[in-house]
Design a protein around this ligand. Structure first.
Ligand SMILES: Cc1cc2nc3c(=O)[nH]c(=O)nc-3n(C[C@H](O)[C@H](O)[C@H](O)COP(=O)(O)OP(=O)(O)OC[C@H]3O[C@@H](n4cnc5c(N)ncnc54)[C@H](O)[C@@H]3O)c2cc1C
Length: 411
């Protein structure tokens, strides 16, 4: 670490989809942009089921190269405890996520951003002029480009939420744990299979996410962090996945097959997502979908907003929190009502296996276009069969599926 600081307009922390996209859009807007990433390479280890909806791709105007798409998919099939299966048909893609993140990083560097791997942010101090007016952040950490002086910091450090931690901006979020294996010769008809089976995934779900050549990610998210691997192993042992081969994904070296995954924030957007010269995006801001926990679309979109606000702040020479307040206004106007969806999720997980299956049997084969009238009919049918469901907020539980759609950033 030298004494002479590295200076830039925008310092992005983390090279996940959010950070890469923030660097890309900041550089495209002519800002002197620097990105630091703790890991020695972009994209690995993968901590994602790797799916993204077509609506997200269109919303973000992504022209994803073919070799990054492992498989185009038809949508999600939700499988309930008694085996009843209902579809949410919406086109999308399963990605080679590490290649996707590297592609965004390459685009960002082509646009002029500089990337610095094995650089970990550990400290931040305000810089002020003699009148006490905020001038930027002096950032310190591990890596030879530190200290870095940046007018604006975009925190895209994922669930680590490093700026919130250093500056004590937000409490630590509640998290859910996810783990998956890559498996071979997995039968598929092109849908993502999501199993709502609380027996294995407490307040979470299990998945089979198909890829090319018969490969698939088979995994789960659960609130039981310590028991996650054991529960996934039991699910595989007790289902048609039992006799299929498990392998390491292509990006992982070594013979010993291990699961891969991570944690996902589930408390919803942080109270504070901006401050003087600072914006939090993606998982670092708590932006994940409450029911199926997807976060890539939200990370990418919040990155686009943050880059726009950073450009204005630098151009006007006003880095104050008041000026940056446009950022939370932008994401609040666009992102779905988290707490409403969370209510739906809680109502859903308050149902017993039997009640979940009963609800599923009342759903139409295709859940994507139930409509207000359709939902009303389902509620009536359900209450007729099981009046006690009235007290279990069945309407909220049903609405959770509506909010899991791509247009609500559900995946
Ligand atoms: C098991 C699992 C399955 C998932 N499946 C899906 C899915 O199918 N679809 C979907 O949309 N979402 C999915 N998600 C969620 C998705 O992965 C995240 O929402 C998304 O990656 C968030 O992107 P991000 O850029 O905000 O953060 P991240 O992708 O987490 O990137 C953060 C980066 O910051 C770096 N970093 C952290 N601290 C520092 C520091 N101090 N200094 C420098 N760098 C730092 C990290 O090394 C990391 O590279 C899944 C998550 C898990 C765990």
């Amino acid at each position: 670490m030298g004494d002479e600081p590295t200076r830039c307009d925008v310092l992005v922390i983390g090279a996940g989809p959010g950070g890469g996209c923030a660097a890309l859009h900041s550089a495209r807007r002519g800002l002197d942009t620097m990105l630091i990433e703790d890991h020695p390479e972009v994209g690995t280890p993968v901590h994602c089921g790797e799916c993204i909806s077509d609506l997200a791709v269109r919303n973000l105007d992504l022209d994803i190269p073919d070799d990054i798409i492992a498989l185009p998919v038809s949508g999600i099939r939700v499988i309930f405890p008694d085996g009843t299966a209902k579809c949410l048909t919406e086109h999308g893609y399963v990605l080679e996520k590490h290649l996707f993140e590297r592609w965004i990083a390459d685009e960002a560097q082509d646009a002029g951003a500089s990337f610095h791997l094995q650089h970990k942010l550990t400290g931040m101090e305000r810089m002020e002029d003699e009148d006490g007016i905020f001038q930027g952040w002096r950032c310190t950490g591990k890596g030879d480009r530190f200290p870095v002086e940046a007018k604006v910091v975009i925190d895209a450090s994922g669930v680590a939420g490093v700026c919130s931690k250093i500056l004590e901006l937000n409490p630590r979020p509640k998290v859910i744990a996810g783990v998956q294996y890559e498996m071979l010769d997995v039968p598929t008809d092109g849908y993502l299979d999501f199993y709502i089976w609380p027996e294995y995934a407490k307040k979470g779900y299990l998945w089979m996410i198909p890829k090319n050549d018969g490969r698939a990610n088979v995994g789960l998210v659960t609130e039981d962090k310590k028991g996650a691997v054991k529960a996934l192993d039991a699910f595989i042992e007790n289902t048609h996945f039992k006799d299929l081969e498990m392998v390491n994904p292509p990006w992982r070296k070594g013979d010993k097959v291990r699961g891969f995954g991570g944690t996902i924030p589930i408390s919803g957007p942080h109270e504070t997502t901006h401050a003087d010269g600072l914006m939090l995006i993606g998982d670092a801001a708590g932006f994940t979908s409450p029911l199926f926990e997807g976060g890539s679309h939200l990370a990418l979109k919040s990155a686009v907003y943050a880059a726009e606000v950073a450009q204005q702040a630098v151009a006007k020479g006003d880095l104050s929190a008041d000026h940056m307040a446009r950022y939370p206004r932008m994401w609040k106007a666009e992102f779905p009502p988290y707490h409403k969806i969370l209510r739906g999720k809680e109502a859903l997980y308050a149902l017993s296996d039997d009640e979940l299956s009963l609800m599923a049997r009342c759903f139409p084969e295709e859940m994507n276009d139930m409509g207000v009238r359709g939902k009303g009919m389902i509620v009536l049918r359900l209450l007729f069969r099981r009046p006690s469901l009235y007290f279990k907020r069945i309407v909220s539980a049903m609405l959770a599926f509506g909010y899991s759609r791509a247009k609500h950033y559900g995946w």
